[in-house]
Design a protein around this ligand. Structure first.
Ligand code: K1U
Ligand code: ZN
Length: 181
């Protein structure tokens, strides 16, 4: 298991639509393993493959909030949203590709998703609460969409400028160097 570097916005790879996974391979199993480890290490509650520079339709999440509860890692390959509620929910979202920036985003309160699991089976499940918010945030990543795309242009530009500055500082200090990316 390898910790992978997380891309920071703005990066053209975070704006692209990812490719479906044609078959379950050891490469995908390793990717999922690495992504879960990277997500827990960050720490975060979700992570999508393009955030680690892999343009495939895979994301992981674990929204268990209680400190001592058992982890509930989920790996979704080729996810589809098969239903969403009309009722919406507002949540102050963050993103590991946009560190330390948070903003309220309105999304459907419940979603039903269908995906291919690491067991090779098709799964379908309904999510609510933070699980629903996170699943939609990660699904957006696979379509090149970030939570700041739901904000007004002024706020989005301000956050983007902050991230450009952060990237310049990280490049100067050598923190962004990584052999995987
Ligand atoms: O996709 C990502 O960038 C991960 C992101 C997921 C997310 C957060 C909030 C709402 C929707 C989706 C994060 O995990 S940001 C970090 C975070 O929220 C968190 C970190 C530690 C403990 C609890 C939450
Ligand atoms: Zn994100």
């Amino acid at each position: 298991m390898t910790l992978r570097s997380i891309l920071i916005h703005p990066d053209p790879r975070l704006k692209k639509v990812c490719d479906p996974v044609p078959e379950l391979t050891d490469e995908i199993r390793k990717l999922a393993d690495d992504m879960l480890a990277t997500m827990y290490d960050a720490p975060g509650i979700g992570l999508a493959a393009p955030q680690v520079g892999v343009m495939k339709r895979v994301f992981v999440m674990d929204c268990v909030k209680e400190k001592d509860a058992a982890p509930e890692p989920m790996v979704m390959i080729n996810p589809e949203v098969t239903w969403h509620s009309d009722e919406t929910n507002v949540y102050e979202e963050g993103c590991l590709s946009i560190p330390e920036q948070y903003a309220e985003v309105t999304r459907p309160a419940e979603v039903r998703m269908k995906w291919l699991g690491l067991d090779g089976q098709t799964h379908e499940e309904q999510f609510d609460g933070l699980w629903a918010t996170c699943a939609q945030h990660e699904f957006d990543h696979l379509n090149g969409k970030l939570f700041i795309d739901y904000l007004g242009p002024m706020k989005r530009k301000m956050i983007t400028r902050k991230m450009e500055k952060l990237k310049r500082e990280r490049a100067r200090s050598g923190a962004a160097k990584d052999p995987i990316l």
